[in-house]
Design a protein around this ligand. Structure first.
Ligand code: SF4
Length: 187
């Protein structure tokens, strides 16, 4: 039977950059280097939904984790992941290898080990703060985004543990090298 029984879960925008907040893209469609590698290595690819696109659409403003850390958004993340969770449970039970989830570090939703944070963000955008002042309040913190937190909880509740990796938006080349090592079983 011609199948390798190995799968990766990818954040939506790694296959479709159009979902990202406008202005953030650094590739034109799909993340070519990563996707080519996954195809060459015979991984099946499961595309996660984009929770921010689903909630707020393509004209949304960029946000920080604190703005998304509300019960409704966590519940929404659970709802959109549940159909995939049911498939993952079935793959897992039938001996398929769920090799990794690959997220996007820096995202307030899909960051795996890093997300963006600003305790003071919120309110009217013309409240006398300049854009520069607002950007100075943003930090990268070592914490997952909200969607990844919810995915991890749902997987763990089903005793499924998938290695979680991420593309670093600030340094994609280095992070892809690390991802390749892990998926080839070298790291
Ligand atoms: S929410 Fe996740 S999938 Fe959507 S654009 Fe941001 S990083 Fe990509």
């Amino acid at each position: 039977m011609l199948r390798d029984k190995k799968l990766v879960l990818l954040s939506h925008c790694l296959l479709n950059v159009n979902a990202k907040v406008y202005g953030l893209a650094n590739y034109k469609g799909a993340h070519e280097e990563l996707i080519k590698f996954l195809i060459e290595e015979n991984f099946g690819i499961i595309q996660l939904p984009c929770p921010e696109l689903g909630c707020e659409g393509i004209r949304r403003w960029g946000k920080v984790k604190e703005q998304l850390d509300i019960p409704f958004y966590r519940k929404y993340c659970n709802e959109i992941f549940t159909p995939l969770l049911e498939q993952i449970i079935d793959y897992h039970k039938n001996g398929y290898r769920l090799a990794a989830l690959i997220g996007v570090n820096g995202s307030p939703s899909c960051g795996v080990s890093k997300t963006c944070s600003a305790a003071s963000w919120g309110g009217e955008i013309n409240d006398r703060r300049t854009t520069e002042e607002m950007m100075q309040q943003v930090n990268t913190i070592e914490s997952p985004g909200i969607f990844i937190e919810q995915i991890r909880k749902l997987l763990e509740a089903n005793k499924i543990y998938i290695p979680m990796l991420a593309i670093e938006e600030a340094d994609p080349a280095a992070s892809i090298a690390d991802i390749k090592k892990v998926l080839r079983g070298e790291g």
